[in-house]
Design a binder for this molecule. Structure first.
Ligand code: NI
Length: 266
C-alpha cells in the first residue's frame, strides 16, 4: 500500500536535499531496502493549520493518535500518529505556540497563515507540500526570526514540506544500531549533528536516534537569493519497552536536540 501524500512529501524532500538521496542510495548499494520510521512536519498553532488540522491527511488513511509531547523551551506542542500498516512511517507533527513569542514574531507568522490560499486550507494533502505560499519572504525578517526561534525562521523560509524523514534501523539487515550507522555515514563523508552527542537517547529510553546536518538550499528572498539550511535525514533504532513491545513513541529530550540539526550556527 502506498500513501500518495507521503510519496509526494518524500519526492519533494529528496529533490531539494540531494544529500538524502545520496545517503539512501548508499544503503541500497549495501543491499538494504530502507523504510522510514517516521516523518516530521512543522506548523503553527493557528486552528486552520495546527497539528489537528494537518493530522487529517493521515487519519483519513487509517492513522491513529499515538501520543502528545511538550517542548517547553522551544515553545512547541507535538503529536504523533501511528499507521495501520507497520511498514508505513509514523507521523510526528509539531506546532509553534506563537502567542508565547514577541509581537513581531506573532505578526509575521499570522501573515503567513493569512497568505495561504483558502483552496489549500480546504485540501490538507495539497497544503502539506505547498511550501511557503507567502511570496514576499524577506531575508531580514528571516534573520530576525532566527534570533527568537529557529523553528519560526525555518517555517517562514520553507512553509509546508517534510522537515525530515527517518530511516528505521531495526529493519536494516547489515546494521545493528545507531553507532554502526553513524560510522558508515562518516566513512562516506556525511556530516552528523553532534548537538547533545552523535547518538540521542539510550536503550533505556527505548529509542536511539542520530541525524545528518541539514543540507543547504538557495532561497529567493526579496533582498536576493540566499543559501540557508533546509532539511536533514534522521536514523532511529527502537527497543522493546517494559511490556516487551517495540516502543512506538518519541523522547522529548532527544527530539529537542534533533531539532537543532537545522540550526544555522551548526
Ligand atoms: Ni524525528
Amino acid at each position: 500500500m502506498t500513501i500518495k501524500v507521503l510519496d509526494n512529501l518524500w519526492d519533494q524532500y529528496v529533490e531539494s536535499n540531494p544529500h538524502v538521496q545520496e545517503i539512501y542510495d548508499l544503503f541500497v548499494s549495501k543491499g538494504e531496502k530502507p523504510i522510514n520510521d517516521h516523518i516530521a512536519l512543522r506548523t503553527l498553532d493557528d486552528p486552520r493549520v495546527d497539528n489537528n488540522a494537518l493530522a487529517k491527511a493521515f487519519t483519513k488513511q487509517g492513522y491513529k493518535l499515538g501520543g502528545h509531547y511538550d517542548f517547553e523551551v522551544k515553545k512547541l506542542k507535538a503529536i504523533h500518529l501511528e499507521p495501520e500498516d507497520p511498514n508505513q512511517p509514523k507521523v510526528f507533527i509539531s506546532q509553534l505556540l506563537i502567542e508565547e513569542f514577541s509581537p513581531f514574531l506573532q505578526k509575521t507568522m499570522k501573515a503567513c497563515v493569512e497568505a495561504i490560499p483558502s483552496k489549500l486550507l480546504n485540501d490538507v494533502d495539497a497544503l502539506l507540500t505547498s511550501g511557503a505560499t507567502w511570496s514576499y519572504r524577506s531575508y531580514n525578517t528571516y534573520q530576525k526570526l532566527l534570533e527568537e526561534s529557529e523553528y519560526a525562521a525555518w517555517f517562514y523560509a520553507f512553509g509546508y514540506r517534510a522537515n525530515h524523514f527517518t530511516m528505521f534501523i531495526n529493519q536494516l539487515k547489515n546494521f545493528n544500531d545507531v553507532t554502526e550507522v553513524n560510522e558508515f555515514l562518516k566513512d562516506h563523508g556525511v556530516k552528523l549533528n553532534t548537538s547533545g552527542g552523535e547518538v540521542k537517547g539510550t536503550p533505556a529510553d527505548h529509542l536511539e536516534q542520530s541525524s545528518t546536518l541539514s543540507g543547504t538550499i538557495d532561497v529567493k528572498f526579496i533582498e536576493g537569493t540566499k543559501t540557508i539550511p533546509c532539511c536533514y535525514f534522521e536514523f532511529a533504532k527502537r527497543y522493546a519497552d517494559e511490556n516487551g513491545k517495540l516502543y512506538q513513541g518519541f523522547v522529548a529530550k532527544s527530539a529537542d536536540k534533533i531539532f537543532e540539526s537545522t540550526n544555522v550556527k551548526n
